[in-house]
Design a protein around this ligand. Structure first.
Ligand code: IVH
Length: 692
């Protein structure tokens, strides 16, 4: 995973003092109205720089420095906490986690009994005080010693009931946040009210929690991560809560009707060993992009109350817990330009050009802006500081401008009046703008895609040749290629007998491509190579695909509702092209897959269980040798799927098999750490020999 991000180096006392002020301002804004001049990562880096300077110059430490404070100098409320609300120390790699665990065990003088592993929720810490089962007060963390009373928010936080199942007196601690849909809803309400949106779910939650006189109400979500009896409570129930392991406290909290992460894909677990802890960390990191709420790490705690008591607390954080931070998925950077492109399907899409920024382990320079309405809705301007989001394989996107960082030099974004590709008119009747020529606008691009190596694999059809054929009126789409005669091709510039014969043969051979390739060649939005393979294996024939409704399409693995609807729409539009392909005699079925039965059982389900890789998730890495050497990565993936497996590009706890060729790097190391079975390309080729 990641190593510790660098800190901001501070050269001298002046730079140190400026950095302290910058951090204080950012913390005040963040805990104030939920805006911030710095993103999380920049703030953490700054704080580490301040800490490093203070470590070297202990006599120059400013009394206002945020390093000694729990919440970095946040707005302090006037409600004292019954028990301080501390922070957590951070680690950034498996090695740092192991070092921390070793030092903790040295302190305990024995191994940690069991670990609890749960997501680190990216919201705001809150204390919810219940008396006799009734929610009586809500207090923010503030500076950790005292917080602000935000009881006015009671009733607007999903997962935090006004009454518990039992009439108990207890303080619950957890995180207040906004789920993705709550965030979208809040942005829409704010947009309708004053034309602005929130920068991200956390700042929206922070602002919403403190807001008292907004004319609109935005819902929040609570996830509990702890329960404390009141310090002076002598009852038996309080005594037993003090002794329960953390995992059992969380079960009890859920039984009281309070939301915990137990109902989510990243539920807290108990681990016996550090290897299991690391495995869970990897798992949580893998599923993070698909969660409906933000997390920024994983919290590892001693599960047993006795271990916690023995480890005790430092001044800022408990010694029995640590936060394993995941790479930032959101940062603030500059919007330096907007490019407009007409895609293969004629859709005109804006793309943000950004000042390069590192997000979730890679450098991001471009981000999607979706469509014109999105730009207007967000009120974006050229030169704006913008919040950019990227996690996993998600396409980076611009979330919102940071309006309070505007300098006045920002410029409006120019919206195209004609198609940027062909100069024809734009159909603006839908939110997604399209060239009036539709797919024909980008005919060269869509035909060149269709005949590419991973689709119909027609050799000898360079873009210049396609252009020539289009100009000569011989073709309008790739299905027309199958009707070309020898004479028509020979008549083209720079075509001889031999090259014509070769091209005709390549086109003829493409007619027997498996369905997955023909389907992929159609260029249906949202269905690339691997999705096309899944669709072909699922349905078996083009007719079965065309007969499917949205529900049937959604049954394909990895197909969401949005993609299914889009696919239906696109297939209707592509029907004439598909008919033309059929007429040309192009193969419309997937070899090795029985056509779907009338019973409704899908073709894949009918045969899959007997195949050698049935139910297995297979990853291929490194350079291939032997029989696999001649195949492209796409062809190897096709082979895996013909043999009943699922080809995946990343190793996770779910991976069943890694095919590791020469120079296999981090994927091999990860597979070894997770205990995934590893085979050589030759071993694998033997296993699937019947499917080449
Ligand atoms: S336990 C004594 N568990 O992270 C502090 N905290 O950076 C024990 N947080 O202030 C906190 N998810 O607001 C704990 N599963 C989780 C958490 C979690 C998020 C927050 C919490 C804390 C902050 C520290």
């Amino acid at each position: 995973m990641t190593d510790a991000p660098p800190s901001t180096p501070l050269a001298d006392q002046t730079a140190y003092a400026e950095a302290v002020q910058l951090a204080l301002d950012a913390a005040a804004a963040y805990y104030g109205d939920g805006t911030s001049t710095l993103d999380d990562d920049a703030y953490d880096r700054l704080l580490r720089g301040i800490q490093a300077y203070e470590d070297e110059h202990p006599d120059e430490v400013l009394p206002t420095s945020p390093t000694g404070k729990v919440a970095g100098g946040a707005v302090v409320g006037d409600v004292p906490h019954l028990v301080p609300m501390l922070s957590l120390d951070n680690v950034f790699s498996a090695q740092q986690l192991a070092d921390w665990a070793a030092s903790l065990e040295r302190r305990l003088g024995r191994p940690v009994t069991r670990w609890s592993v749960e997501p680190k929720l990216d919201g705001l810490a809150i204390s919810a005080r219940y008396r006799h089962g009734r929610l009586v007060q809500l207090v923010t963390r503030g500076d950790g010693t005292a917080g602000e009373d935000v009881s006015h928010a009671i009733g607007t936080i999903a997962g935090l009931p006004a009454r518990l199942a039992e009439p108990v007196t207890v303080e619950l601690r957890g995180e207040v946040m906004m789920t993705t849909s709550q965030f979208e809803d809040a942005c829409a309400k704010r947009q309708a009210h004053d034309g602005t949106t929130f920068a991200n779910p956390r700042s929206a939650a922070a602002g919403t929690l403190r807001a008292q006189d907004r004319p609109y109400v935005c819902e929040l979500t609570f996830f509990g991560y702890g329960a404390l009896p009141y310090p002076d409570d002598p009852s038996e129930q309080a005594a037993s809560l003090r002794e329960l392991p953390h995992s059992e406290i969380m079960t009890w909290v859920a039984e009281q009707g309070v939301q915990t992460t137990a109902t989510t894909p990243v539920a807290g677990i108990v681990a016996e060993t550090l290897a299991q802890v690391q495995e869970r960390i990897e798992r949580i990191a893998t599923v993070r992009p698909g969660l409906s709420f933000n997390i920024d790490g994983i919290v590892i705690k001693c599960n047993s109350a006795a271990d916690q008591a023995l480890a005790g607390f430092g001044s800022r954080a408990p010694r029995w817990a640590i936060a394993y931070k995941l790479p930032a998925t959101e940062k603030i950077t500059k919007l330096v330009g907007v490019e407009w492109n007409t895609g293969r399907t004629g859709v005109i899409a804006p793309r943000a050009v950004l000042e390069p920024v590192e997000l979730d382990g890679s450098i991001v320079t471009y981000a999607t802006l979706h469509n014109v309405a999105d730009i207007t809705r967000r009120g974006l301007m050229l030169g704006d500081s913008v919040v950019v989001y990227k996690a996993g394989d998600v396409i980076p996107r611009v979330e919102a401008p940071v309006v309070h960082l505007r300098t006045g030099a920002e410029q409006p974004i120019a919206i195209p009046q004609v198609c940027p590709s062909c100069g024809d008119a734009i159909d603006t009747s839908q939110e997604r703008w399209r060239c009036v020529r539709g797919r024909a606008c980008r005919a060269i691009a869509s035909i060149s895609y269709a005949v590419g190596r991973d689709q119909l694999d027609v050799e000898g059809l360079a873009n210049s040749r396609i252009e020539q054929m289009l100009d000569a009126g011989l073709i309008t789409d790739f299905a027309d290629l199958f009707f070309l005669t020898h004479e028509q091709i020979l008549a083209l510039d720079r075509m001889g007998e031999t090259s014509t014969a070769k091209l005709i043969a390549a086109i003829e051979a493409a007619k027997s491509s498996p369905l997955n390739r023909t389907f992929c060649a159609l260029g249906v939005r949202g269905t690339g190579r691997s999705m096309s393979r899944r669709i072909a294996r699922h349905f078996g024939t083009m007719d079965a695909i065309l007969a499917a409704d949205a529900d049937a399409i959604r049954a394909v693995e990895g197909m969401g509702t949005e993609k299914a609807t889009l696919m239906l729409e696109e297939l209707t539009e592509l029907q004439p092209l598909i008919d033309k392909l059929k007429k040309a005699g192009v193969n419309m079925s997937e070899p090795g897959v029985e056509p779907a039965e009338l019973s409704g059982k899908t073709a894949a389900a009918a045969t899959a269980s007997e195949l050698p890789l049935a139910g297995m998730s297979v990853v291929v890495t490194g350079s291939m040798t032997g029989k696999l050497e001649a195949l492209s990565r796409n062809e190897v993936n096709e082979l895996i799927e013909r043999a009943g497996g699922r080809a995946s590009s990343s190793v996770s706890a779910k991976t069943s098999l890694l095919v590791a060729g020469e120079k296999a790097g981090s994927k091999r190391a990860k597979a070894e750490a997770l205990g995934v079975h590893i085979v050589t390309p030759d071993g694998f080729a033997a296993q699937v020999a019947a499917f080449f």
